[in-house]
Design a protein around this ligand. Sequence first.
Ligand code: NAD
Length: 507
Amino acid sequence: MSDEQKRNWEKAERYLRRFRDATLGHFIDGEPRAGLSGEVFENRTPIDGALLGTVAAGDARDIDAAARAAARAFPAWREVDGAERRRLLHRIADAIEARAEEIALVESVDTGQPIRFMKAAAARGAENFRFFADKAPEASNGLSLPAREHVNYTLRQPIGPVGVITPWNTPFMLATWKIAPALAAGCTVVHKPAEWSPLTAALLVEICHEAGLPPGVLNTVHGIGETAGKALTEHEAIKAIAFVGESATGSRIMMQGAPTLKRVHFELGGKNPVIVFDDADLERALDAVVFMIFSLNGERCTSSSRLLVQRSIHDAFVERVVERAKRVRIGHPLDPETELGPLIHPKHLEKVVGYFDIATSEGARIATGGRRVGDVGYYVEPTVFGSASPGMRIAQEEIFGPVLTVIPFDDEEEALRIANGVRYGLTGYVWTSDVGRAHRIARRLEAGMIWVNSENNRHLPTPFGGMKASGIGRDGGDYSFDFYMETKNVCVALGTHRVPTLGSSPR
Ligand code: NAD
């Protein structure tokens, strides 16, 4: 154990003690609350399966209390001046930055994500708050749409209390990505974090209140998706659901929300292609390919999990990817040298390991990896499947681990056919030095976000979201406000048009 890992561990222990000492409850109407049923679930670290504590398993009654609190808080929060909301959200960002170390260490132990990546979690979260804070004063501004005899203008108004349901991959950052624009828009929120990574959501709601957020504006209810999550999607007072998670869960949420006509925004799964042509800058492409599958333990929706390589460079390029994969440092997430930590949960480990067998049975070649590492914690080797064909399950299904499926192609048309031949459409990555080809591919790839000669590089004003089974709607910039707000048109006559008259002619 390096000195720094030891120091990290000691600090993490201090931050985690509170979660071991007492059951983690909900946060409703400005205060911590025990679960009404008294039911709890265990939260364990993926590093070695040790217990981190117990967590209240919220049910429909807890969700009802939170939704009512959010509904009570809404009329006042909606009326808070945009400039005041901006000030408050910046204070939340300051408070997040002040507790950055705690957030990083707790998230790292809770999720197994290497500390080298989690160090940025708080900074990214704070940035999300600052970005939407600055947009708050103008969020309600709409368009001026003048006609000949009428003036039309649009206003945007917060939709009401909303539900935010988040997954276990980068939970802190993703929660802020949803909650910050909702608050900036003037909505109140009930947040249901993922049951496999509940801890930093508890820090977030605490930080928001310490920074001065009024009671009831943000409420957090922990619990299992099929119970607490389901109740949130069905609650009458909740006007919209912002959901990040699996595509199958998205379908269920749509059905659950149908009777109350929920507006939904979905960020779902992906099986994203990275297409490497033989004229690309192969050094940069290599770095990007390796980074986009093995960073964040491969548990990222935007990971490029299908590598499509032009046949002329296929063998040489794949050999270099394999070499790199073999050198990716697996280890304890709190070791600053670690590049790949354990997968989140034994069930997820089982799923990922299952694909090693599927690959072999489908006739693919395991070029490297393909095994679990040790029997303590949920580690797997960085894995590359070679000789894959586009129809195989390993080329179609989201594995959500450090597992890359390589498929060769001959030309542009074939690359596009393979890239688009999946049910998902979140992101696509293209590596080529031919500008015309880059644009042609970008235009025809069925994905919500395309990166040309780049790894995933986020700019907050740009739209984020997927096509096909990867999502509905876009986040980022003004797009977020379109979801969290209603657009209202106001039409005012200039007094010059003829108003139709009825019943004015003599009988
Ligand atoms: P998941 O769908 O299992 O769970 C996500 C959340 O939904 C959890 O909080 C869970 O408790 C809740 N949930 C489960 N069933 C529910 C139900 N019936 N009603 C309401 N809520 C319910 O997803 P996961 O395994 O936690 O996360 C991984 C998935 O998230 C992957 O598919 C990944 O691609 C996706 N993801 C997508 C994006 C994106 O931006 N497109 C970002 C991150 C993760």
